[in-house]
Design a protein around this ligand. Sequence first.
Ligand code: ZN
Length: 150
Amino acid sequence: MKETREVTYKCGHIRPRKVDLDNLEEGLAYYLNKNCPSCAFKERHAAEYSATPEERAAEATKAAAWCAANGCCKLVGSEKQVAWAESIRYKFISANVADLQKLVDDGASQEILDKANALINERKNNSDVKWWINRRWSKAMLHDVAALTE
Ligand SMILES: [Zn+2]
């Protein structure tokens, strides 16, 4: 039988969870060995959470410089949104540009290279800060140029 109990996670947070009363000890031990969902999320994105405002500003400046030097369009939005979106598109576009270089080095077909360039240019011309911010955790977008060969 399952019942909702207050369980304690490794991080110390207590959350209601359905536990199997026939295996109560095991169930409680399971939660004691892992972080709660919000701590686990923060851990996965530690870099974003541990950065100080100064570090984030420095990152945004670096991202803006890279984007400008690599032909990305000007972003449209509030100053804060633009700085945030700048870091996000830098992360995605620079990863895809690096993957494109690998495709070139590996002798990918012209068709693949054209597709990769089209995809990267489309991103470079996307000035919509909300579009970027909404996709900030996307894993697929980091490597969709590399995925063109799959
Ligand atoms: Zn926690």
